[in-house]
Design a protein around this ligand. Structure first.
Ligand code: SF4
Ligand code: SF4
Length: 319
């Protein structure tokens, strides 16, 4: 598979990467062996870009996939914390658990506003230090927010931007409301124009747009300034179809297996603590009239972020 320069980072990536969140405990919850098998298959097929995060707890899959192989993919990880010391711990943890001296790309994970970015300046300071010390090659920000993407586009210290975008604007935020794909596309273009590497997430809106497989991918590939798309693969066939799409050999009549998966809250287990509601980046969770959480499936993008904060493990993916 061909590769592209990721902005001015000096890193080359394939036009599609593997979002490892999909195989982890908050989504498909595959065994380490089964998840590692899909990663290894994707690498074998030429994909060279893997996305993970401290929060996803998916480092063991990557480590297992690479064990005994000569594959040397570009790995991006990220951390939700705000403090210098917590980010230092996260980078060290990634180096240790992935068994790598250098992490290619490390990000502030899911920055929600300029205020949030400023609140996390300690963590940002450590990322700059880690880069200067050669522990990390490139640094940046992942975000669902147009305002943050615009901020990163102009930030001279940021090497990369990892924004959410899809043809239906699902999950794009701006301030306290919703943003549009046009606004995010403009921020992406500006970032790439300023030399940032850009890789996009949620091009299928967390699986909900999978019905429009071609349209979703064609839209994302057409975006000016996007160097790669992170896709969450759940099996080998999904890897094959994406590669055919990239190579232009996908059966024109291809329609994916419709995923019936959805986030589900076991009302019998829910304690009504509200953690998930606070954690949801998309305001898709509410309290119902008996004080328990429920999901608005028309808004939920199945990112899986809510599941790990549930103290009673009431949040599951079904289908
Ligand atoms: S309810 Fe919110 S946090 Fe949970 S999967 Fe849906 S969008 Fe993500
Ligand atoms: S985090 Fe779990 S227990 Fe708390 S409100 Fe959400 S589903 Fe219920």
């Amino acid at each position: 598979m061909y590769k592209k320069q990721l902005g001015n980072t000096g890193i080359e990536v394939t036009p599609v990467g593997f979002g490892v969140l999909a195989i982890g405990s908050t989504q498909l919850n595959l065994s380490i062996e089964d998840g590692a098998d899909i990663i290894r298959y994707a690498l074998e097929k030429g994909i060279n870009f893997l996305d993970t995060a401290q929060y996803y707890r998916t480092y063991p899959y990557i480590r297992e996939a690479l064990k005994g192989t000569s594959y040397d993919p570009v790995i991006v990880s990220k951390c939700l914390d705000s403090d210098y010391d917590d980010m230092k711990y996260a980078v060290e943890e990634a180096r240790r658990e992935l068994d790598r001296d250098l992490i290619d790309i490390f990000l502030l994970h899911e920055v929600r506003s300029e205020q949030d970015f400023n609140y996390r300046l300690g963590a940002w300071e450590y990322l700059q230090e880690a880069k200067a010390r050669g522990l990390v090659k490139a640094i940046g920000v992942s975000t669902h927010h147009v305002d943050v993407a615009e901020l990163v586009a102009e930030n001279p210290e940021a090497d990369v931007l990892f924004p959410l975008i899809n043809f239906k604007s699902m999950g794009i935020r701006k301030g306290h409301g919703f943003g549009t794909k046009e606004e995010m596309a403009e921020a992406i273009k500006k970032a790439a124009g300023n030399g940032k590497g850009v890789f996009a997430m949620k091009v299928f809106g967390g699986g909900i747009l999978i019905n429009d497989y071609r349209k979703a991918l064609e839209y994302a590939f057409s975006l000016d300034g996007v160097h790669s798309l992170m896709i969450g693969f759940g099996n080998r066939d999904e890897v094959d179809r994406i590669i055919e799409m990239v190579e232009g050999t996908l059966d024109p009549n291809y329609t994916p297996d419709l995923s019936n998966k959805k986030i589900w809250i076991e009302q019998g287990d829910c304690e009504g603590c509200g953690n998930c509601i606070e954690r949801c980046p998309n305001e898709a969770l509410y309290v119902n009239d008996i004080g328990l959480a429920y999901v608005d499936h028309s808004i939920c993008i199945r990112c899986g972020y809510c599941a790990p904060v549930c103290p009673s493990r009431a949040i599951i993916m079904i289908g």
